[in-house]
Design a protein around this ligand. Structure first.
Ligand SMILES: NC(=O)c1ccc[n+]([C@@H]2O[C@H](COP(=O)([O-])OP(=O)(O)OC[C@H]3O[C@@H](n4cnc5c(N)ncnc54)[C@H](OP(=O)(O)O)[C@@H]3O)[C@@H](O)[C@H]2O)c1
Length: 404
């Protein structure tokens, strides 16, 4: 049998049939598509020695890859995660993997290479403003400055029926309001950095968002219930708009803020709640296509890695990045008036539920903005935030007061 096969191969004439050509073409096409779809790599390997980096949602997916890459470049990484056990596990894995890659010649005999890397886990649940306050307060007490904040954590297909403990739609709070509050609270510490960088993670889906100019936070729409897909798109558009306006507020300071999309990324837990992806037969059918057309988590992290490390981007702020390059984003995502309105409405909304007060005049000036870090007492939180159906309407009325 084996002999017959070998003879067949020896006698085979590749030019007598089209099959070898077709097979070679197919392989070529697959490799080309995979290379194009994997996107651009971060074009530099700059070190960020001793820089203090906060990565939200760093325990899995894109956040994990980003944390590992930045730790490998010398950053001191804080994984801000809602699952502390998973975050501690991730920190151990990152240190161990980086330790394994460290050349032995650079170590003393009794050195554990993993100890060279600083990766620590802290608890942060973006679904709760109380948790955001506590996390920020803890961090600011522990570190004298923060150099890089990556607002990476996010959800899609979350339950839009049940509001968060603060009374907001879940995509809105986890993807937008929570990161917005965290950023505002950490700003004084970011300003202490020689060059503070804020990186917001949005999504291509922001272009599909429906937004009401008179109520950009869409608090009124929550009362009539959002589809999870629309809620996700809206939250990611808010991320982009707020990035644009915050950049204006931060003009004249040492802090830049930019936004990026990782592209379509497979192998993360992002689609874990997707009704479609929970069916095993759909997974089996879609996997080869996902492998071909989507990035893996490492590839998805490249844009944020560039934003965190590239010295050429020192002065670049308020931009949207796709595939490591500046991109225009959607039309709504470029609307300055909308960005301003959303930003002001967000500050007002957060003021009313978290006692966050941002002195907008002081932002970007010499004096620090007034920020109160104490979370409101539980009773106060409950009375100030309504969980019922009418809550959105009441807030909407309040929000529609003229903005300065
Ligand atoms: N994957 C894609 O195709 C894609 C496309 C566009 C944009 N994005 C964006 O890229 C970012 C990373 O996504 P990914 O693909 O890496 O998904 P992922 O694996 O699900 O990672 C999301 C991270 O966010 C964390 N998170 C969720 N809710 C949180 C909360 N309430 N408080 C704190 N952390 C929370 C998750 O923690 P747990 O592990 O505890 O759940 C997880 O660590 C997200 O902002 C996502 O919207 C992804």
């Amino acid at each position: 049998m084996m002999e017959r096969l070998l003879t067949m191969f020896e006698q085979a004439d590749p030019f007598s049939t089209w099959w070898p050509t077709i097979a070679a073409l197919a392989v070529g096409i697959v490799i080309t598509v995979r290379t194009i779809m994997s996107g651009q790599r971060c074009p530099n390997d700059n070190q960020i020695k001793e820089q203090i980096v906060v990565v939200t949602g760093g325990n899995s997916g894109i956040g994990f890859e980003l944390a590992q890459a930045l730790a490998g470049r010398g950053g001191r990484i804080i994984l801000a995660c809602r699952n502390l056990q998973a975050a501690e596990r991730a920190a151990t894995i990152i240190k161990r993997e980086l330790g394994c890659r460290t050349p032995l010649t650079s170590l003393d005999d009794d050195d554990d290479p993993a100890d060279r890397y600083f990766v620590e886990a802290r608890y942060l649940d973006l679904c709760s403003f109380r948790s955001v306050h506590h996390f920020a307060a803890q961090l600011m007490a522990e570190f004298e400055r923060i150099d890089i904040l990556v607002n990476n954590a996010g959800v899609v297909f979350a339950n839009t029926e049940v509001p968060t403990e603060d009374g907001f739609e879940r995509h809105s709070q986890i993807n937008y309001l929570g990161p917005f509050l965290l950023t505002q609270l950490l700003l004084p510490h970011l300003k202490r950095s020689e060059q503070g960088r804020i990186i917001m993670v949005s999504a291509h889906a922001h272009s599909a968002a429906k937004i009401d100019f008179d109520d950009p936070l869409n608090v009124g729409t929550w009362a009539v219930k959002f589809h999870a897909r629309d809620a996700f798109a809206h939250s990611k558009l808010c991320v982009l708009l707020a990035t644009r306006w915050l950049a204006r507020e931060l003009k004249g300071t040492s802090v830049t803020v930019n936004c990026c999309t990782p592209g379509l990324v497979r192998g993360t837990r992002h689609l874990r709640n997707s009704p479609l992806m929970s069916a095993i037969c759909v997974k089996v059918v879609t996997y080869p296509w996902m492998w071909l057309f989507m990035k893996n988590a490492y590839e998805g992290a490249q844009c944020a890695i560039r934003l965190a490390t590239d010295p050429q981007l020192k002065q670049v702020t308020g931009e949207y990045f796709n595939d490591c390059e500046i991109a225009p984003g959607s039309e709504a995502g470029q609307d300055k008036e909308l960005a301003k309105k959303l930003y002001m409405q967000t500050v007002k909304t957060l003021e009313s539920v978290t006692k966050l007060t941002v002195d907008k005049e002081a932002l970007g000036m010499e004096t620090e903005p007034e920020l109160r870090l104490e979370a409101p007492p539980a009773a106060e939180t409950e009375t100030e935030t309504n969980h019922g159906e009418g809550a959105g309407e009441e807030r909407k009325k309040e929000e529609r007061q003229p903005l300065e």
